[in-house]
Design a protein around this ligand. Structure first.
Ligand code: WT7
Length: 650
């Protein structure tokens, strides 16, 4: 029986076959992390070997300096008829697609040649705004082949979100599709793309035919993928990239509505993507790996695409939602495709759990041998459910901690060693040094919560900058404890075995179903409403999604409240996309503020969570405001707190 707080270990058989099953690796790596990473890097193919492993010039650093590499040359070391990609479409009656390494290689080269003809050169930005289809993989790899810097934009992001990213990167080419399926509906993606490229430098739009819906066409700009590729040669030389050249830029939420372009470098990213997959997911040649993340997120970049392909295994890509058209769609796919490693987010696990175990009783999941979790803390209940109902108590669970900024996993137990402890992510990957510090920079003691930081030499795949914004880079990551310590923005604690538990974010990031959104960017979107004077967004706990946003608005509008709320939702959809939809919107007269005018979101969060805990309609006026809500004496307008209490209580 599985129990809370216990430590689990892999069984003998798993241990025996695992790449890493001896703890000594940690000590070996610790002795000289740079040398350790250099040894790992040596197993990739380099056109030219690096001269220096690690170069530190705080807050900047470089890895494998002087080395020349191309990630696609490393992927296509595995040229064969083995499936690189298995693609399952959303409609159940549509044919899946399987692309072998050989086939993938040809298409990548064709698109790479086409991009060149369109004038894309090494270092140029290319936008990719595609659903979960094989063309997304081909597009990303084609960019890498010629040294173009891809920026993938999640297909459910709004045209405005696409526009700011394209404006920032100055991309001249965008790759998109006519449409995509979402829960049986066709979404007109081309229309969003057309809207999003307004006021950008986009000259050419390559359009994949996916859904066949009607779209508007501009003969000057638009090109059909199919027609364009047909004419191209299936051979294309790989560009020799400097280890430190930018490989891609992926945007993550900024606090003001302006997203941060996280820059990743060719050499370090390839090395860490390769090795974390090999050791944490224990990739072996016959594995079928399913990472459920869309390529629009870093998890999709690294573990749906680059890491499994660098390791020469088969990756599975599923176009749809895991519970469509039936709650057990994901389970059907695991069985049908004999998935051996399954990597998903706690929000998905909680959703499967909510549907009820009877939905999956008939599945034995015999092919599965390892499970993974990512994106937010996995609570003990979800961990145990995952282990019992999907892992059938035979699969180790690796809870992997990392960030868009780290590019690849940094913390996780190694599956051939363990231990696995529910709600704990595990140890730093060999060669990575972290610490948990208090505000003053002193290491906290065992069991105490503090701030998670990464110490030199960091890791090869850590971000190299925030695109065109060095101040932001310095301020966000390298200023809390000086410019030699990377601040993660997460709070964490360590148990007596050194296992790390991630508690949550310390900044204004909320994780909605594992997706990263800042309250600041949501506030910026809401404030665009002409009749809203101010607003505050908070994240509150949610049973399935982990966290959901709640919005407080102050408005002078005389329109009915429902109408205003609808408009607020409209602004969120327009500026960000449907992932950030609020659970609740409250219209209030005033927001609690300090005398210096700072909105006290902490108080709002407490009010809402207390109300939820007490049951929706219960009277809150009996709450002893002073103590429970923290110190209210610094508020400029304490009356606002009572008003809001009454409002939530209505
Ligand atoms: C933030 C980064 C890393 C890929 C997906 C998210 C949270 C991530 C875990 C985990 C607890 C986690 C952290 C982190 N997070 N993985 N295993 N346990 N929290 O990337 O969107 O950049 O978000 O996600 O708060 O800082 P991201």
């Amino acid at each position: 029986m599985l129990k809370k707080g216990e430590l689990y270990y892999p069984d003998k058989d798993f241990q025996k076959k695992a790449w890493i099953n001896n703890k000594k690796i940690y000590q070996q790596a610790e002795k000289d992390p740079v040398k350790f990473w250099e040894k790992l890097a040596g197993e990739l193919f380099w056109f030219k070997k690096w001269q220096k492993g690690f170069l530190h010039n705080p807050p900047y650093f470089q890895w494998f300096v002087g080395g020349k590499i191309n990630i696609t040359e490393n992927i296509f070391r595995h040229l064969s008829d083995k499936p690189a990609l298995i693609w399952e479409p959303e409609p159940v009656n549509e044919e899946p697609k399987i692309l072998t390494y050989q086939e993938l290689f040809k298409s990548v080269n064709q698109l790479a040649n086409a991009l060149k003809i369109l004038g894309v050169k090494k270092g140029d930005g290319v936008g990719i705004y595609l659903p979960m289809i094989p063309e997304a993989v081909i597009s990303m790899l084609a960019c890498c082949r010629i040294g173009a810097v891809h920026t993938v934009v999640f297909s459910a992001f709004s045209p405005s979100a696409l526009r700011v990213r394209l404006q920032d990167t100055k991309a001249k080419v965008l790759i998109t599709a006519d449409g995509y399926f979402r829960r049986g509906q066709v979404i007109n993606l081309k229309q969003n793309a057309d809207e999003g490229i307004k006021e950008t430098n986009i000259e050419k739009v390559i359009v994949v035919k996916r859904t066949g819906n009607e779209i508007t066409w501009d003969n000057q700009k638009d090109l059909w993928w199919e027609e364009l590729l047909q004419k191209q040669s299936q051979e294309c030389q790989a560009e020799q990239m400097d280890s430190e050249d930018a490989m891609f830029i992926l945007y993550t939420s900024g606090s003001t509505g302006q997203p941060k372009g996280i820059v990743h470098a060719c050499g370090g990213y390839a090395v860490q993507a390769y090795w974390t997959g090999k050791w944490i997911f224990d990739f072996h040649q016959d594995d079928i790996f399913w990472c459920t993340s869309d390529q629009g997120w870093i998890t999709g970049h690294t573990y749906t695409i680059y890491s499994p392909l660098l390791n020469g295994i088969t990756t599975l890509m599923f176009e749809g939602a895991p519970d469509f058209p039936t709650p057990d769609r994901w389970a059907q796919i695991i069985e049908k495709r004999k998935v051996s490693i399954f990597y998903t987010a706690p929000t998905a696990i909680r959703m499967f759990e909510k549907y009820g175990a009877h939905h999956i009783e008939k599945y034995k999941f015999e092919s599965l041998r390892l499970l993974g979790s990512v994106g937010e803390p996995i609570d003990t209940a979800a961990w145990l459910w995952y282990s019992k109902n999907i892992g059938k108590e035979k699969c180790p669970i690796v809870d992997t901690w990392w960030q868009t900024e780290t590019g690849a996993i940094l913390l996780s137990s190694l599956p051939g060693i363990g231990p696995f402890k529910p709600a704990f992510t595990g140890l730093p990957f060999p060669g990575i040094k972290v610490d948990i510090l208090d505000k003053q920079g002193k290491a906290v003691s065992e069991g105490e919560e503090g701030r998670l930081v990464i110490l030199p030499p960091f890791c090869p795949s850590l971000l190299r900058g925030v695109y065109k914004n060095p101040e932001k880079y310095l301020k966000t990551y390298w200023s809390q404890y000086g410019n030699k310590v990377y601040f993660t923005s997460d709070s964490a604690l360590k148990d007596k075995n050194g296992l790390i538990r991630i508690v949550g974010r310390l900044d204004d990031v909320i994780k909605i179903a594992g997706h990263r959104v800042t309250t600041g960017e949501m506030e910026a979107a809401v404030n665009l409403h002409p009749e809203i004077t101010e607003c505050a967004v908070i994240g509150i706990p949610d049973e399935i999604k982990g966290e959901v946003p709640v919005i407080f608005i102050v408005t002078w509008s005389k329109k009915p409240l429902d109408k205003i709320k609808e408009e607020v939702v409209g602004w969120i959809k327009k500026e960000i996309g449907p992932i950030a939809l609020p659970k609740e919107i409250y219209s209030v007269n005033d927001l609690p503020k300090t005398r210096s005018g700072k909105i006290m979101r902490r108080i709002l969060r407490k009010l809402v969570t207390q109300a939820a805990a007490k049951g929706e309609k219960e009277d809150l006026s009996s709450l002893p405001s002073g103590e429970d809500l923290g110190d209210l004496s610094t508020l400029a307008n304490p009356q606002s707190v009572d008003d809001i209490k009454n409002m939530i209580n209505q």
